[in-house]
Write a new protein. Structure first.
Length: 144
């Protein structure tokens, strides 16, 4: 664990995905378009189709891993809610959106009930507002 996580440094950049794979796939895609324009033939068209497929695959790899992460967060938070929240607030958590649950995971156990109540009242328009309202940050160091 490097430094203490907070709102300002919680964004996760996965270097192999964001700074290696994505640029390589995009450069390959652009190159395939340029080569097809320069020399239109079936081989160049096939190369472009392959480049499109690789870009789609790269995007799906990221989206699917984030979707699995969201499901795990939802499960972890549901278990946490059962341990931390008062009995009258627990059933209301079913009305939280996935993005609200994801944002609320950064709140400490102490401030979680208050932030959930505020979220349920509609005080936050965006998940980012929930994260900004967290005063005692609970880091998530195992994100995808």
């Amino acid at each position: 664990m490097a430094e203490q996580q907070n709102y300002k440094n919680h964004v996760r950049w996965h270097a192999p995905q964001h700074f290696v794979l994505t640029p390589i796939l995009l450069v390959n895609f652009i190159y395939a378009i340029v080569r097809l324009i320069q020399e239109p033939n079936i081989d160049r068209a096939e190369f472009l189709l392959l480049a499109i497929g690789l870009v789609i695959m790269g995007v799906l790899v990221r989206i699917n891993s984030l979707r699995v992460q969201d499901r795990l967060i939802r499960l972890e938070e549901k278990i946490r809610y059962e341990k931390v929240l008062p009995a009258n607030l627990l059933p209301q958590t079913e009305n939280l959106s996935r993005s609200q649950i994801n944002a609320l995971r950064f709140a400490s156990d102490r401030e979680l009930p208050t932030l959930i109540e505020r979220a349920l009242k509609g005080e936050f328009q965006k998940p980012d507002e929930i994260k900004r309202a967290v005063t005692d940050w609970r880091g998530d160091y195992l994100r995808v």
